[in-house]
Design a protein around this ligand. Structure first.
Ligand SMILES: Cc1cc2nc3c(=O)[nH]c(=O)nc-3n(C[C@H](O)[C@H](O)[C@H](O)COP(=O)(O)OP(=O)(O)OC[C@H]3O[C@@H](n4cnc5c(N)ncnc54)[C@H](O)[C@@H]3O)c2cc1C
Length: 392
């Protein structure tokens, strides 16, 4: 580990690895610091991604794919089930342990130096500019200087806060999640299933994502302000007991997802934030792998350009903010507004929507038609739904 790099990336998740790779490919020296012992572990994720999203950045490896998803099911509070087929792409449930590891390897192959057991505990700030980080590396205190720091330190990000960036998320916009990896269950390996409604997960949803012939990630997220009334774990235990009484729980994980608007200003002098650290999550689904990778992709490129031009000011880094806004930020703002409408649907509304959708012949149940059925129940969604589908 050297004492100085052009770019330091804090966090070795998908956003961090993407940022490190792109910065290194931009011809600057890069180091990526991960606090855990292994890249990719522990996994705190349902591990679902869309094929098209992933293909933008990487050649998909078979070893990453636990299950290929062609169908999805939606279960309403009154147990009305809606089944549909993905029409224009398939989805995957990943082995994130392997996926994250390989992404970090790609960053390393591009020239980034990767260090694990490197816990960043502060920023070096000179005249208001971030100029590096302080860390605990294998138990030893270290200081590393940099022209730009990229904060990719996830939902619990502190790097942004240390730089004076407003990082707070309202309680109602944090999904409090719990997930079990379970075995010994019967399920369709090509189908993901969502359970919606207050009885399953108030202010969120419950998911069953297949991970193998007889195993799955089963988890749920509850809006933070509702999680005090009854814990997410209690909801999940009740569900498991009811639906999969013979399941063995192999792993338990808890975590938060920032289902908020993307941060408006994820930059300050000498620093930019990517991924969960900048709230780059689709607030409707809680999915953040692809948008985090996209932010890392853009952020790494902009960081390299900033180093070459000798300007790492917040003003220069505004290019990053604009590019993210144009790429997915505006759409994520719409998802956020849609989430706020959907979250207020009553169980009766959800039952009515499910029944409406189940009237559409199964082979005609495209996402667009499903959204149309939602809009029928909640006309206030219409403008955002149209804009999302029109890509504007
Ligand atoms: C229960 C659950 C289910 C989810 N399911 C899905 C899903 O199915 N699909 C989907 O797309 N998204 C899902 N998400 C969200 C997804 O996991 C995140 O959006 C994604 O991991 C964001 O990537 P990231 O690189 O920004 O952050 P992370 O993957 O969280 O990576 C951040 C990294 O930074 C490291 N770090 C943190 N602090 C420091 C520090 N001080 N020093 C050094 N390193 C540090 C962490 O150890 C971590 O490795 C889920 C999240 C949860 C909690």
């Amino acid at each position: 580990m050297k004492n100085s790099y052009d770019v330091i990336v804090v966090g070795g998740g998908p956003s961090g690895s993407m940022a490190a790779k792109m910065a290194a490919e931009g011809g600057v020296s890069v180091c990526m610091l991960e606090k855990d012992r292994d890249i990719g572990y522990p996994v705190r994720c349902g591990e679902a991604v869309g094929e098209l999203g992933l293909k933008q950045f990487v050649e998909i490896k078979d070893s990453w794919i636990a299950a290929s998803i062609t169908h999805f099911g939606l279960v309403a509070p009154d147990e009305t089930r809606v089944e549909a087929k993905f029409t224009n792409q398939k989805g995957f449930i990943l082995h994130r342990r392997l996926f994250d590891y390989d992404l970090a390897q790609e960053a390393a192959n591009a020239g980034a130096e990767v260090f694990t057991k490197s816990y960043v505990n502060g920023l070096l700030i000179e005249n208001g500019f971030v100029r590096g980080v302080t860390l605990d590396y294998l138990g030893e205190p270290r200081t590393i200087r940099a022209k730009i720091v990229i904060g990719a330190d996830g939902v619990e990000s502190r790097v942004g806060r240390w730089a004076g960036i407003r990082t707070q998320v309202k309680m109602k916009d944090i999904e409090t999640c719990v997930q079990y990896s379970v075995a010994n269950i019967d399920l369709d390996i090509n189908r993901i299933v969502f359970y919606v409604g207050r009885c399953y997960a108030p202010g969120g949803y419950l998911w069953v994502f297949p991970k193998g012939e007889r195993s799955a990630n089963i988890g749920l997220g509850i809006a933070g302000h509702l999680a005090k009334e009854k814990s997410p774990k209690k909801y999940l235990d009740e569900f498991l007991q009811r639906e999969y009484p013979g399941a063995s729980i192999l792993t338990t994980m808890c975590g938060g997802v920032p289902c908020a608007k993307p941060m408006e200003k994820p930059v300050a002098d000498g620093i930019l934030l990517v991924g969960d650290a900048a709230h780059h999550v689709n607030a409707m689904t809680g999915g953040g792998i692809i948008s985090g990778m996209k932010a890392g992709w853009i952020g790494g490129q902009v960081a390299a350009t900033a180093v070459h031009s000798g300007d790492s000011s917040a003003k220069f880094l505004q290019t990053y903010v604009q590019k993210v806004r144009k790429d997915f930020g505006d759409t994520h703002n719409r998802f956020y507004r849609m989430k706020n409408t959907i979250i207020n649907l009553t169980d009766d509304d959800l039952n009515a929507i499910a029944r409406q959708i189940s009237r559409i012949p199964e082979n005609e149940r495209t996402l667009t038609r499903i959204f149309k059925a939602c809009v029928f129940k909640k006309p206030s969604l219409i403008v955002d739904v149209i804009k999302v589908f029109a890509g504007i």
